[in-house]
Design a protein. Structure first.
Ligand SMILES: Cc1ncc(C[n+]2csc(CCOP(=O)(O)OP(=O)(O)O)c2C)c(N)n1
Length: 361
């Protein structure tokens, strides 16, 4: 008979108390940098949504509310280790040193924003499919006897996809160096977690693949960092781990979604009181790692960075011929696609379809 239990970790409580047994050892500089990245991500997402609303950006999936889960985990990863994201990982990308303009290029439909940059994969839209790539990368690391690992991000909805189970199962069998990082943000578009699956936790899905599963408070950046560090250490030795980070998507699924039609204001407010940035900020103020002045300086620097990055994104977009959108699907363009490209170009020359950002979905 098999028996299992799922551990839940929290290092920085909602009341600001730190459990020293669970918290990672980080110096003040690292704590400040963690905070800066979480704030940068929040503001980058807010600016991106505003750009989309003005018709200057395509569809965008903000990670507002998930900054602790993403920054805490991404900072645990070594620079040359692989990050395999889903489509909501702006904070993880920023923690990996990706400049904001690259994230905007992706949302502008530019090929340049969808390249493998450093050891970061591009966003993956088919839900859960990237977990297979991450299992493959982790297997390659095992075969190469590498002491590195791979982290893969996906959501609660993705755990209902066969791909995610298959990836965890094969990772377990082949000793892949993969950490599966599930951000349980309580929703898969409008489907709430409670009807996503009958299992009590998502972490226990690891049990069916024979790998370790653990839950962490995903709004606690210290807990996430510690749990991910541990999981990566195991993965580097050929023991894959599934982490379920309990968090909340505070804004819309994407800019084409209106969450007010499927969830209540009361619920949003309740999760608002657990905001990961506010919780961490309170802790850093109480421990004198930050004060009002240093916070204002960080905020000022972030606004300047974003202004420059948005200019860079727009300048890059202007250099690209939108007709390129037809170019990257087939090695040899089929006649029908060539016809569409020609048609698009001639419309464009007549000024018909130049204002190309109207659409959503
Ligand atoms: C295979 C597949 N099915 C459906 C979709 C449409 N879709 C896009 S996001 C999404 C929900 C994903 O939810 P979750 O995995 O919880 O991640 P989250 O969006 O909350 O980050 C769906 C159904 C898709 N992109 N790919």
């Amino acid at each position: 008979m098999a028996e299992f239990s799922v551990e839940y970790v929290q290092a920085l409580g909602e009341d600001g108390a730190v459990d020293e047994d669970e918290a990672p050892e980080l110096d003040d500089e690292s704590l400040r940098e963690t905070y800066r990245l979480m704030k940068l991500s929040r503001r980058a997402d807010e600016r991106a949504v505003a750009l989309q609303r003005r018709g200057e950006l395509g569809t965008y999936a903000p990670g507002i509310g998930q900054e602790a889960a993403q920054v805490g985990s991404a900072l645990a990863l070594g620079e040359s280790e692989w990050m395999v994201p889903s489509f909501r990982e702006s904070a993880a990308y920023l923690a990996r040193g990706t400049p904001v303009h690259r994230l905007l290029w992706y949302a502008l439909g530019m090929e340049e924003g969808a390249e493998v940059a450093g050891s970061n994969f591009p966003p993956s839209i088919p839900v859960g499919s990237q977990s297979l790539h991450a299992a493959g990368l982790g297997w390659a690391q095992e075969m190469a006897e590498s002491d590195e690992a791979t982290i893969c991000y996906f959501g609660d909805g993705a755990t209902s996809e066969g791909d995610v189970y298959e990836a965890m199962n094969v990772a377990g069998v082949l000793d892949a160096h993969t950490v599966f990082f599930c951000q349980n943000n309580q929703y898969a578009i409008s489907t709430p977690r409670r009807i996503q699956t009958r299992t009590e936790t998502l972490a226990q899905k690891a049990v069916s693949a024979g790998i370790e599963g653990i839950q962490v408070d995903g709004n606690d950046v210290l807990g996430v960092r510690a749990v991910t560090q541990d999981a990566l250490a195991k993965a580097r030795e050929g023991d894959p781990v599934l982490i379920e980070a309990l968090t909340y998507r505070r804004s819309m699924h994407t800019t084409s979604d209106d969450p007010t039609v499927y969830r209540t204001e009361d619920e949003e407010e309740e999760w608002g009181t657990r905001d990961p940035i506010e919780r961490f900020e309170r802790h850093l103020l109480e421990t004198d790692v930050l004060d009002g002045e240093s916070i204002a300086a960080i905020e000022g620097e972030i606004e300047e960075t974003l202004a420059d990055e948005i200019d860079l994104a727009k300048a890059g977009r202007e250099e690209v011929d939108p007709a390129e959108m037809f170019d990257y699907v087939f090695a040899e363009m089929p006649p029908e696609l060539r016809r569409q490209k020609e048609e698009w170009k001639s419309e464009n020359e007549r000024g018909g379809k130049e204002e190309g950002f109207e659409r959503d979905e």
